[in-house]
Write a protein that binds this ligand. Structure first.
Ligand code: SF4
Ligand code: SF4
Length: 360
């Protein structure tokens, strides 16, 4: 049975006459959670420690607050680690979220800087999202996973995940933060789509995609698959709908996320997980807006097992929602987080049996 440590963030005021009670702060509860759980004990002096999080997009307002990440960073420094905060680029090449420079601008806009985080920010898959370590996985969907290089090279990865609902996977928890957030562009494509992009007969030969492609994979208005890195820059830049992509349905994407998580963990086994069940919004942090939370804030969890922590998070969320998992009925009624969690266990990367240890 895997241990999942939990602190309830609601401030239960025990001395109503006393207004100054800093021990009730969620930040101080996080500190006690990190100390009591011993989750950072595997960090050795001098270790390079990646703190993996999500900075949101331009317009996202309910991401994980920088003060929580800073608290984790300071605890890592206390045990002698050398922390850096990290994130990967998204699919495409032209929008801000698709390059390291754009990601850093988004981070700054949303309040994440070296000054607020007390650690440098490193974009884990490099300037354009092609810095990776390729590894084999024997999944039913995927044979290779492209792990972001800084994640592969870190001595320890502390996954700081804003837990929220997600339009495909049902939830954005630790499995998704590893499976999607720790991989480079080719794997991000493989999670969402089949095969390679293809140029169709709507092409007017404007050459915009030819000029943009960073690996010169477009010849005679045909994509040369042996060279293509599946970044989708061509699809993004084409104004004529001339690039076809075989997008996949939700449940298959969930399974592919779990297979990518397996690939990441085969390259770097030293992961620990913190799920923040705060501002549980109905959409992923990659959306350029944030809707209001679907339930009250719940708390913060930590574990060495990403399957156990995600199942515990879903079950705490379901308890809070009173009626179980509520998908976004208007837009994404098909979502179901349990398949991703179940499949991650089938892949052997974690266990669904857990015991909650509550930290005051
Ligand atoms: S950008 Fe579109 S229309 Fe222009 S060459 Fe490429 S595929 Fe053809
Ligand atoms: S052809 Fe491949 S590598 Fe080139 S821009 Fe398109 S997806 Fe990217």
């Amino acid at each position: 049975m895997e241990k999942v440590y939990f602190t309830d963030v609601r401030a239960e005021v025990t001395e109503p006459e006393k207004w100054f009670q800093p021990e009730l702060s969620a930040v101080n509860k996080l500190k006690r959670l990190l100390d009591s759980s011993g989750i950072l004990d595997s960090i050795l002096p001098g270790d390079l420690v990646a703190v993996k999080t999500h900075f949101g997009d331009l317009g996202t307002t309910r991401t994980l607050r920088s003060v929580f990440i800073r608290t984790v960073v300071e605890k890592i420094k206390e045990v002698g680690g050398k922390p850096f905060v990290t994130e990967t680029t998204g699919l495409g090449l032209t929008r801000p979220r698709c390059t390291a420079i754009g990601r850093l601008l988004i981070a700054e806009t949303n309040g994440y800087t070296q000054q607020t985080l007390a650690a440098p920010i490193v974009i884990a898959d490099g300037l354009l999202g092609f810095d990776f370590v390729k590894t084999d996985v024997d999944g039913k969907h995927l044979k290779s996973v492209y792990v972001a290089k800084a994640i592969a090279e870190a001595d320890v990865v502390v996954c700081c995940t804003h837990f929220k609902l997600h339009m495909v996977a049902g939830i954005g928890g630790s499995i998704k933060n590893v499976g999607v957030g720790c991989v480079a562009k080719p794997s991000k494509f493989d999670i969402h789509a089949q095969g390679y992009p293809k140029i169709n007969d709507k092409c007017i030969k404007c050459d915009e995609c030819v000029k943009l492609c960073p690996v010169k994979a477009i010849e005679d208005y045909r994509i040369v698959e042996e060279r293509c890195l599946k970044c989708l820059g061509c699809e993004e830049v084409c104004r004529y709908g001339a690039i076809d992509v075989s997008w996949l349905p939700g449940k298959i994407i969930s399974e592919r996320i779990a297979e990518c998580a397996k690939g990441v963990l085969s390259v770097n086994k030293n992961f620990v997980y913190i799920n923040f069940l705060l501002d549980i919004s109905p959409h992923c942090d990659c959306h350029p807006y944030s809707d209001v939370p679907v339930v009250r804030d719940v708390g913060i969890l930590t574990s060495k097992d990403l399957v156990a922590i995600d199942l515990a998070s879903v079950e705490l969320y379901e308890k809070e929602s009173k009626i179980g998992f509520i998908p976004d009925e208007k837009y994404w009624p098909w979502t179901d987080p349990h398949r991703m969690i179940e499949y991650a266990e089938e892949l052997g990367i974690g266990k669904r049996s857990y015991r909650i240890i509550e930290i005051e």
